[in-house]
Design a protein around this ligand. Structure first.
Ligand SMILES: *Cc1c(COP(=O)(O)O)cnc(C)c1O
Length: 353
C-alpha cells in the first residue's frame, strides 16, 4: 500500500511539537495573562455549565451585539471565531486560495504562514526593518495583481513594535481599495503609544480594512477560545460562511460578554502589566541588554546565535520563554514576582547588547 494522497503543501508544514513540561515552571511563553479569571467570569461559567448538552448560538447574537455596542459598529460587521486565530483563518480562507498572494511582515505571528498555506495561497513575507518594525514601503511595493490580503500586526508579535497612524495612512494610499487590509490588534490593550494606529478608526474611514481582536490576552480568556473581527459587512458575512459551525462555545460567548462588562477591573490588571513591562525593560537596559520599546505584554530580545543558550538557561531557572531559533527570545510579562525571577535569571549571564 502506498501512502495516502494528501496535499503536498500540508505535508510540508511543520507539526506542532509540544514543549517539555517542566513542573512548577513559570510559563512566559504564550503571552497569556498571568492573573486568574475574574470572579464574575468564573460565576458566569458556572451558570453556563448546566447547559452544555445544547449547542451554542451559532450566530453568536448576544456577544456580537455587545461587541458592536462597545465599539459603535453594526452587528453585521462583527464576526467571531474560536480565538482570533480562527477568525484570521476565516479571513484568509474567504480572501485567498491557489494563485493568490497574502502579504505579511516577517518575523511576525507564526500562525500566518501556516494559515496562508492551509488556504493554498502564496505567502509574501516582507522582512522587518533593522529596528524590528514593519517595512510598510516594502510591503506596498510587494503588492501585485494577485494580492488578496495584507496582514498588519500591531503591536507586532514577537517584536512588540507598533505601527503609527501616519505611516498606515500613507500605506493605505498605495493599497487598491479592493484588497483587504487586516490589522491584527491582539495586543492593543497594552499599547500606550498615543501615535499608534487605531484599527477601528481605519475601519471607519476605509472600505477595505478589518480589525482583529481577541479575548485571549488582555482579557485573560486564552483557554476559552474567542476572538472577533470587525470587518466590512460583505467580508463579515463571508467569515460566517467559512467559520467552523458552532466553533465558539456558549461558555466563551458569555465569558466574553462578562469581560466586556468588567473592563474597569481588567484595566487595573492591564495597568500593572504595562508598568511591569517598563520596569523589566529598564532593568534589562540598565544591565546592558539591548531592548527596543515593546507596546505588548512581552519583551523581545534579539539574542541571535545565543538564543538556544539563553532559552536553556531560563529553563534551568524554572522559566519557560519562547525562543525563535537563532533569532531571539520573547518573554511574556508576568506578575511582578515572575518578572523578578526573569531578571534574576538573566543577571547570571552576560547581556546581548
Ligand atoms: C495571541 C495572538 C492572537 C490571538 O490568539 P487567539 O487566542 O486565537 O485569539 C492573534 N494574533 C496575534 C498576533 C497573537 O499574538
Amino acid at each position: 500500500m502506498g501512502p495516502i494522497k494528501q496535499r503536498a503543501v500540508v505535508e510540508s508544514m511543520p507539526v506542532y511539537v509540544p514543549g517539555k513540561s517542566i513542573p512548577n515552571a513559570v510559563k512566559l511563553s504564550a503571552n497569556e495573562n498571568p492573573y486568574p479569571p475574574l470572579p464574575a467570569v468564573v460565576s458566569t461559567l458556572a451558570d453556563q455549565l448546566a447547559g452544555i448538552n445544547r449547542y451554542p448560538d451559532m450566530a453568536a447574537v448576544e456577544v456580537r451585539t455587545r461587541i458592536a455596542e462597545h465599539y459603535g459598529v453594526r452587528f453585521e460587521e462583527v464576526a467571531v471565531g474560536a480565538g482570533s486565530v480562527e477568525v484570521a483563518q476565516q479571513l484568509i480562507n474567504a480572501s485567498a486560495s491557489e494563485g493568490d498572494e497574502v502579504i505579511f511582515a516577517w518575523r511576525s505571528f507564526e500562525a500566518y504562514p501556516l494559515m496562508v498555506q492551509t488556504a493554498g495561497a502564496t505567502q509574501v513575507r516582507v522582512p522587518l526593518t533593522a529596528d524590528e518594525r514593519h517595512d510598510l514601503d516594502a510591503m506596498a511595493a510587494a503588492i501585485t495583481e494577485r494580492t488578496r490580503l495584507i496582514l498588519l500586526c500591531t503591536p507586532n508579535n514577537p517584536t512588540g513594535a507598533v505601527l503609527k497612524h501616519d505611516e498606515v495612512e500613507r500605506f493605505m494610499q498605495a493599497v487598491p481599495n479592493d484588497v483587504l487590509v487586516v490589522i491584527d490588534e491582539a495586543y492593543v490593550h497594552f499599547d500606550d503609544d498615543p501615535n499608534s494606529v487605531n484599527g477601528l478608526d481605519f475601519f471607519r474611514r476605509y472600505n477595505n480594512v478589518a480589525v482583529l481582536h481577541t479575548f485571549s490576552k488582555a482579557y485573560g480568556l486564552a483557554g476559552l477560545r474567542i476572538g472577533y473581527a470587525i470587518a466590512p459587512e460583505q467580508v463579515a458575512d463571508n467569515l460566517r460562511r467559512v467559520a467552523v459551525a458552532f466553533g465558539v462555545s456558549a461558555l466563551a460567548q458569555q465569558a466574553a460578554i462578562t469581560s466586556l462588562n468588567a473592563e474597569q477591573e481588567l484595566q487595573e490588571r492591564i495597568d500593572v502589566i504595562v508598568a511591569e513591562r517598563a520596569r523589566v525593560a529598564e532593568s534589562l537596559i540598565a544591565a546592558g541588554w539591548k531592548v527596543l520599546p515593546s507596546r505588548a505584554n512581552f519583551v523581545w530580545l534579539r539574542t541571535g546565535d545565543r538564543t538556544p543558550e539563553l532559552d536553556a538557561l531560563l529553563k534551568e531557572q524554572g522559566i519557560v520563554a519562547r525562543g525563535y531559533g537563532d533569532e531571539g527570545l520573547r518573554i511574556t510579562i508576568g506578575t511582578p514576582e515572575m518578572n523578578d525571577q526573569v531578571l534574576q535569571a538573566l543577571s547570571l549571564v552576560s547581556p546581548v547588547s
